[in-house]
Ligand binder design. Structure first.
Ligand code: PBG
Length: 327
């Protein structure tokens, strides 16, 4: 016969496992948690079934569940009671993320805490930096010192990794400098430098109460039509000292994950964003798709594209699937 027999290596479960190229492990997962300043609530986010806004006094339940399932990295998003034009809550000593971080490090010292460094959850206008009164656009250079202040206060509270998501030019340079000057030269920066102005963030904005009150984020986040632009952002961030790179969103941007993987040796993270979660959950709740199979296929596709880690709201579900498999 003059053809190749690819089916030989697909003949049974054991041989398929032997030749499997990509795997999703608990160690790859980063679990996002929305912490609210309001007291004593655990409220499901309607557009994100299974994900909650959680008060500080209920946070230990959530952390315990995640920890017991084997999750060892969380990223906190804060929802403050009060917002103002300069995002004071982002860098307050008693800010909600600072408090959540202290609590988590005390309860589970080996749980890595990643801090999302941005102002949008704390500003009354919902933008990621300060607004220039004349242009009504975010002022890049005036926003940077506040972002540095936010990062330093997050590390003071115990954050292990800083993940700036604000998309201001020069944020890696300035935050690196600020951390170094404060003596935190060992704290890594996981840059969200490859972040698209995506409609897939809709449900997150419900959860974080951070929808912009006017305009959109297109003057600072990237146009989803662009590929080369992502590589320019990558070059800048690496040059400025980023230790790891996040690509966000993930599923409609697997080509970008692959491009980034091929152009750098730093770890690459896929952010499986809220809209991606909601779409999958909604179809699963209708009984239209097999949730476990679809979720694992999605996660594997991100690993196959080149991601080392995945930030996903499915983290707890994935741990449960993996536990079941080990039986
Ligand atoms: C900004 C931030 C956003 C997300 C993570 N960090 C929202 C935005 O840019 O509007 C979105 C994540 C998601 O959709 O899951 N602080």
């Amino acid at each position: 016969m003059s053809f190749d027999r690819h089916r030989r290596l697909r003949a049974n479960k054991t041989i398929r496992s032997l030749v499997r190229e990509n795997h999703v492990r608990k160690e790859d997962l980063i679990y996002p948690i929305f912490v609210v300043e309001r007291d004593d609530v655990k409220e499901e986010i309607p557009s994100m079934p299974g994900i909650y806004q959680i008060s500080l006094n209920r946070l230990d339940e959530e952390l315990k569940e995640a920890y017991d399932l084997g999750i060892r990295a969380v990223i906190f998003f804060g929802v403050p009671n009060e917002k103002d034009s300069v995002g004071t809550g982002a860098y307050a000593h008693e800010g909600i993320v600072q408090q959540a971080t202290r609590k988590s490090k005390k309860l589970y010292p080996d749980m890595l805490v990643i801090a999302d460094t941005c102002l949008c959850e704390y500003t009354d206008h919902g933008h990621c930096g300060l607004i220039d009164e004349h242009t009504h656009d975010v002022d890049n250079d005036k926003s940077l010192p506040l972002l540095v202040k936010t990062a330093v206060s997050q590390v003071e509270a115990g954050a292990d990794i800083i993940a700036p998501s604000n998309m201001m030019d020069g944020f890696v340079t300035e935050i690196r400098k600020g951390l170094d000057e404060a003596g935190y030269y060992n704290i890594p920066i996981m840059s969200y430098g490859i972040k698209y102005a995506s409609s897939f963030y809709g449900p997150f904005r419900d959860a974080a109460e951070s929808t912009p009150s006017f305009g959109d984020r297109k003057t600072y986040q990237m146009d989803p039509s662009n590929r080369r632009e992502a590589l320019l952002e990558l070059e800048s961030d690496l040059h400025e000292g980023a230790d790891m790179m996040i690509v966000k969103p993930s599923l409609s941007f697997l080509d970008i994950i692959r491009d980034v993987r091929e152009r750098t040796n730093v770890p690459v993270i896929a952010y499986n964003v809220s809209g991606e979660y909601s779409m999958t959950k909604a179809a699963a709740l209708q009984g239209w798709i097999d949730e476990e199979q679809i979720v694992m296929e999605q996660m594997t596709s991100m690993k196959r594209a080149g991601a080392d880690m995945i930030i996903t709201y499915f983290s707890k579900d994935i741990c449960r699937y993996l536990d079941k498999k080990e039986d």
